[in-house]
Design a protein around this ligand. Structure first.
Ligand SMILES: Nc1nc2c(ncn2[C@@H]2O[C@H](COP(=O)(O)OP(=O)(O)O)[C@@H](O)[C@H]2O)c(=O)[nH]1
Ligand SMILES: [Mg+2]
Length: 489
């Protein structure tokens, strides 16, 4: 039984990087870039949060971190690409396009981190790097990007340059969470341009789409999140969208951010509102103006603050939850987070990104090598060999092809194939479509059954070349999976 080079991918990538450094030893710039790639292999995954201005990127980043570290106003600093890394102590460093890095004062105001650029215009900065002690940043460094408004503005250009650079400067992010309020044409073309890069071409494996500000769908009606999930489901099944990203989830970032940072005083104010006769409160919540003018319950200043933190939908939902028994801030917070869709996004990020860390890292590094190998037959050969030899990349390409409908397999077989290729997560049990707690013996049995099935399909005379090739890849995936199970015993 051949053993796919599953855990060998990172060492092999490291070897290719070292070869490239050796081959380019006379070019200090190239060597520096490649050394950077080498270090990057050991760092957490880099996940960029992208999308149009005001899509809710910074808010969602805060929800993921669980603290308000990313400014959500329209200040100068929101126009700079900002990295949030796990660190022992809070630290902010400004990296100008020219000159040495400059540390900034770490200051908090009203529960939020304040990033004051000391008068430096955003145009003069390459990036800001914030070190922040946070559990969630240990698995992934999160990168907040300025919005893409139209592709002609300077800020947008910076984001595009960061996410979708030319061949000379390979991508800095290993994966992307793309926020969109609805799928616009501009969103689709951006996703496409991000996708079409060198290594592991035409794969959507490193992109997850989020329908953001989901609570605002249908003007914040109580069933907004249900509608939003329905839209996400539709996008998930749309062939174009499936070819562009791994998954689509609906998230109300504001609800999640506030849920994770709720205060006692906010719960108290909402409890007061929940005491207002229901019809009256419902009527007040029909518009922002009516709500601000409302005379029952908390004063206008408090209402204003609640609107900023919860939005109309969040206030209505919180009042309902409190009436139904969410008597403590913690109980309310839990409910808000669950209903926001944040947990589902976290689950998707864990299965699609974190479990594929090695693969995504290797992909970024090989993109970098590919950009310097031109004219070097030997190096190009090494990259080529790694790409052709590593079964993970083959799986990735096939998954992308299946998702875009380019492989003519019967529907049931195609669905099984996507699962086997790691579409829902790369653990053997998940690939085999078994429940998470399925005993090892059952996994092995299912693995052999799948292997047999794909071997038979591989010799099905009705299948053309593309489908047959796909079956052979799946046979190899089953073999690798069985080897993994054997190894784990
Ligand atoms: N109702 C609602 N408002 C949101 C949500 N996420 C963000 N916002 C608001 O939208 C505005 C822009 O958010 P921000 O995170 O700064 O967007 P960015 O420009 O993409 O970073 C802010 O006023 C947020 O409070 C959400 O899920 N629901
Ligand atoms: Mg922002």
């Amino acid at each position: 039984m051949t053993r796919p080079a599953r855990e060998d991918l990172l060492p092999a990538t490291r070897r290719v990087l070292l070869l490239a450094i050796e081959a380019r030893r006379d070019e200090p710039d190239t060597v520096r870039r490649l050394r950077g790639q080498l270090e990057r292999l050991d760092e957490p995954l880099r996940v960029a949060i992208a999308g149009k201005v005001k899509a809710g990127k910074s808010t969602l980043l805060n929800a993921l971190v669980g603290e308000r570290v990313a400014p959500t106003d329209a200040g100068e600093c929101t126009r700079v690409v900002t990295w949030y890394r796990d660190g022992l102590t809070p630290r902010i460093v400004m990296h100008p396009t020219a000159g040495d890095p400059v540390p900034l004062t770490v200051r908090r105001h009203d529960g939020s981190l304040v990033i004051d650029l000391d008068g430096t215009p955003a145009e003069e900065l390459d990036r800001l790097v914030v070190d922040w002690p946070a559990q969630s940043l240990r698995t992934a460094t999160l990168i907040d990007t300025p919005g893409i408004a139209s592709l002609s503005t300077a800020t947008s250009r910076r984001t595009v340059a960061f996410l979708d650079p030319d061949d000379e400067t390979p991508t800095e992010a290993d994966a992307v969470v793309y926020l969109m309020r609805h799928l616009h044409a501009a969103d689709a073309s951006f996703l496409e341009s991000f996708r079409d890069q060198g290594v592991a071409r035409a794969t959507a494996v490193n992109t997850v789409a989020v329908i953001s500000r989901a609570d605002e769908i249908g003007a914040g009606r109580v069933d907004a999140m249900v509608s939003a999930r329905g839209i996400a489901q539709r996008y998930r099944n749309d062939p174009t969208v499936r070819g562009l990203c791994q998954n689509v989830v609906a998230v109300a970032g504001l609800l999640a951010e506030t849920g994770r940072t709720i205060r006692q005083s906010e719960h108290a104010a909402l409890t007061e509102l929940a005491g207002v006769p229901r019809e009256r409160l419902d009527a007040d919540l029909r518009s922002v103006d009516r709500f601000l003018a409302g005379s029952d319950g908390p004063p206008a200043a408090v209402r204003h603050a609640l609107l900023q933190r919860f939005g109309i939908f969040g206030i209505r939902l919180s009042a309902t939850l409190i009436r139904q028994g969410a008597q403590t801030p913690a109980a309310l917070a839990d409910e808000l987070v669950v209903r926001s869709g944040l947990r589902e996004l976290q689950r998707v990020l864990a299965t699609q990104f974190a479990q594929r860390r090695g693969l995504l890292k290797a992909r970024s590094a090989l993109l970098a090598v590919e950009s310097v190998v031109r004219g070097d037959q030997r190096l190009a050969g090494e990259v080529e060999r790694l790409l052709a030899g590593a079964h993970e990349f083959t799986e990735l390409r096939l998954l992308a092809a299946l998702r875009s409908g380019a492989v003519p397999l019967p529907r049931a077989a195609a669905q099984e194939a996507e699962l086997l290729l790691g579409d829902a997560g790369t653990a053997p049990g998940t690939r085999l479509g078994l429940p998470p707690d399925a005993p090892a013996a059952e996994q092995v049995r299912a693995g052999f059954a799948a292997l047999e099935r794909w071997r038979r399909l591989a010799v099905n005379p009705m299948f053309g070349r593309t489908a047959t090739d796909a079956c052979h890849v799946l046979v190899r995936s089953c073999e690798g999976l069985l080897a993994d199970l054997e190894h784990a015993r």
